[in-house]
Ligand binder design. Structure first.
Ligand code: SAM
Length: 223
């Protein structure tokens, strides 16, 4: 791209991507390029537009369950004049992504919590918010189940997760758990990847959010 792409957003649509996208983009090898990428849980699309900006991907499809987020992506597409390089769908997981679409790369920064603690002071603020919440990992289960249908052979999937090795997530300054996971999320995601017939490639720490949450990139591949 000759000029950096502008990503439009609203505070209530930002799920950390304005900071986290760079961590995911830096994860890729310098010479890594793909033709078609999909951003799951895109919100305003920082990761997807970043893939275009860095010329990692030639074309990006964005998907999010929230129509307002996809409206925002559409406005960014128009603003930057990249209509021929993008598609955007209101879609719970892959539900509305056309079946003929396949991707060389799938990325995402999905909700990272499965069981918010009702005793936590932020619970009432966050319990109805789609950005942090995936109760019972229902969205993750559906996503990994359908992922093989949309990944090209040899295609990669790299998903950001907050503290996937911890059953309890405590976020200072509060000292009571924010999320209480029945199992370590990494164990659940590895099993979902295995059940989908995909190859688990690893879980690498890519950075920290505001110095309090460790962020990891979980990668799997379709052989
Ligand atoms: C943590 S926020 C991340 C948003 C954006 N990617 C970012 O990094 O700022 C999670 C996003 O997932 C979306 N989301 C939640 N459940 C979803 C589902 N089942 N399918 C698609 N998107 C979903 C939310 O609307 C929200 O935009």
């Amino acid at each position: 791209m000759t000029k950096p792409l502008l990503v439009l957003s609203k505070p209530h649509l930002n799920g950390g991507g304005s900071i986290l996208a760079k961590m995911l983009l830096d994860y890729f090898e310098d010479d890594y390029t793909v033709k078609d990428a999909f951003e799951w849980c895109s919100g305003p699309g920082w990761i997807g537009f970043g893939l275009l900006d860095r010329e990692i991907a030639e074309h990006v499809t964005f998907g999010d369950i929230n129509p307002e987020a996809i409206e925002c992506v559409g406005e960014s597409i128009d603003l930057n004049g990249v209509e021929n390089m993008c598609e955007a769908y209101v879609s719970p997981n892959f539900d509305n992504i056309p079946e003929y679409e396949t991707f060389d790369l799938v990325v995402g920064n999905p909700p990272s919590y499965c069981n918010l603690n009702p005793e936590h002071p932020a619970y009432h603020l966050n319990s109805g918010d789609l950005r942090p919440n995936d109760p019972g990992w229902v969205a993750h289960i559906d996503f990994y189940h359908h992922l093989p249908d949309y990944l090209e052979d040899g295609g990669r999937c790299v998903i950001l997760e907050a503290e996937p090795h911890k059953k309890e997530v405590v976020i200072p300054p509060f000292d009571i758990p924010y999320d209480q996971r029945p199992e370590k999320p990494i164990d659940i995601f590895r099993q979902l990847i295995k059940d989908a017939g995909l190859k688990y490639e690893g879980c690498s720490r890519v950075g920290s959010l505001l110095g309090v949450l460790d962020i990891y990139a979980i990668e799997c591949r379709k052989d």
